[in-house]
Design a binder for this molecule. Structure first.
Ligand code: TUI
Length: 317
């Protein structure tokens, strides 16, 4: 059940990917997700290639399952990471924060599957033409750097226009979201915030606690005016930052203020002065559990809800 083209493409049991979150998605998390039957992803973030190579090798020392590496295309090391991924023969690459067009042919030559994050229909169509294997269609509900269309509106519009598998992301954390995504035409999901709240995720416990204790309106967007929208959980720093944004502080100065803030929250646990990147679904996440349980609970819940929907059909005649 729920075996889609994505399962065959990536050689995974469940069509569930883990988001490539900088400072959060280390090999420990990726191993746990891949071992549980999903696709674990190591985030390169802004790290230099030596660090990422070490993470890839650590993954391989612990698991022989398929996995991916996420390239944040605005990283100063993006090009070096592309080379590293090919050298290390990583099976899957996901990309974020830009178009990977200039690297696609190179990846394909090395037999690496390419799955970019796209926030619009036009980029999705362009990426399909360039020869990518699947698309992560991410709605504005997601955490971190975001586009402005919702998952609900964007996923079916992309699914209508492309024939490669679509993976829905943004606002998904349980069996309801998973089933909804498949209903919209996706063949899999990617989750970030849900996997942060896993026992295997090495992020600081304060970061997980901030998510578990969050409510529906806590995930706010900063940087809209400067064209670098980022979704984070409200705290002392976001209040100060929003005020400076309203007061018209320059893009450059705002950028400087943000430097190191994700690391501060993720590694040092300063959830007052750091950026706690998380999606709008944070308010629904109430526990920290192993990745295997997260994935199996989603599949169980989705099956149960499918049966409920089927009985509804019976009831309607
Ligand atoms: O990339 C993300 N999420 C991110 S990136 C990020 S930045 C960062 N900050 C601190 C340390 C390390 C990294 C934080 N969160 N999600 C995927 C995503 N990609 N969302 C939106 C996009 C996107 C935007 C524009 C993809 C393509 C795109 O293309 C524009 C173009 O060039 O055509």
């Amino acid at each position: 059940m729920f075996k889609t083209r994505l399962c065959r493409l990536l050689d995974i049991k469940y069509p569930i990917l883990q988001g490539g979150m900088a400072w959060v998605a280390t090999h420990e998390l990726a191993v746990a997700v891949s071992e549980a039957g999903g696709l674990g992803i190591i985030a390169a973030g802004n790290s230099p290639p030596d660090i990422v190579r070490d993470e890839i090798r650590k993954f391989r020392s612990l698991s022989s399952k398929p996995f991916g590496v996420n390239i944040m295309l605005k990283s100063p090391f993006a090009e070096d990471i592309v080379g590293l991924i090919c050298q290390e023969r990583v099976p899957v690459v996901t990309t974020g924060a830009g178009s990977p067009a200039k690297y696609i042919e190179y990846f394909r030559k090395h037999g690496i599957k390419v799955i970019p994050v796209v926030p619009t229909v036009s980029l999705a169509k362009r990426m399909e033409r360039e020869g990518v294997d699947a698309l992560i269609v991410e709605g504005t509900e997601a955490g971190g750097h975001i586009g402005d269309l919702t998952t609900m509106a964007l996923v079916p519009q992309v699914a209508e226009e492309v024939s490669i598998p679509v993976i829905a992301a943004g606002g998904i954390c349980d069996g309801r979201g998973f089933l909804a995504a498949l209903s919209l035409g996706a063949e899999g999901v990617q989750m970030g915030t849900r996997f942060i709240c896993s026992t295997e995720c090495r992020v600081h416990p304060n970061y997980k606690a901030r998510i578990v204790n969050s409510k529906d309106r806590d995930a706010v967007v900063l940087g809209k005016a400067t064209g670098h929208a980022v979704r984070v959980l409200k705290n002392q720093f976001t209040r100060e930052y929003s005020k400076l944004e309203r007061d018209g502080l320059s893009t450059e100065k705002l950028g400087e203020l943000g430097v190191g803030r994700l690391k501060l929250a993720a590694l040092e646990g300063d959830t007052d002065k750091g950026f706690v990147m998380a999606g709008q679904i944070a308010g629904l996440i109430k526990d920290i559990k192993p990745c295997k349980e997260i994935i199996e609970d989603i599949i169980k819940e989705a099956k149960k809800r499918m049966e409920t929907l089927a009985s509804l059909k019976g009831g309607l005649g």
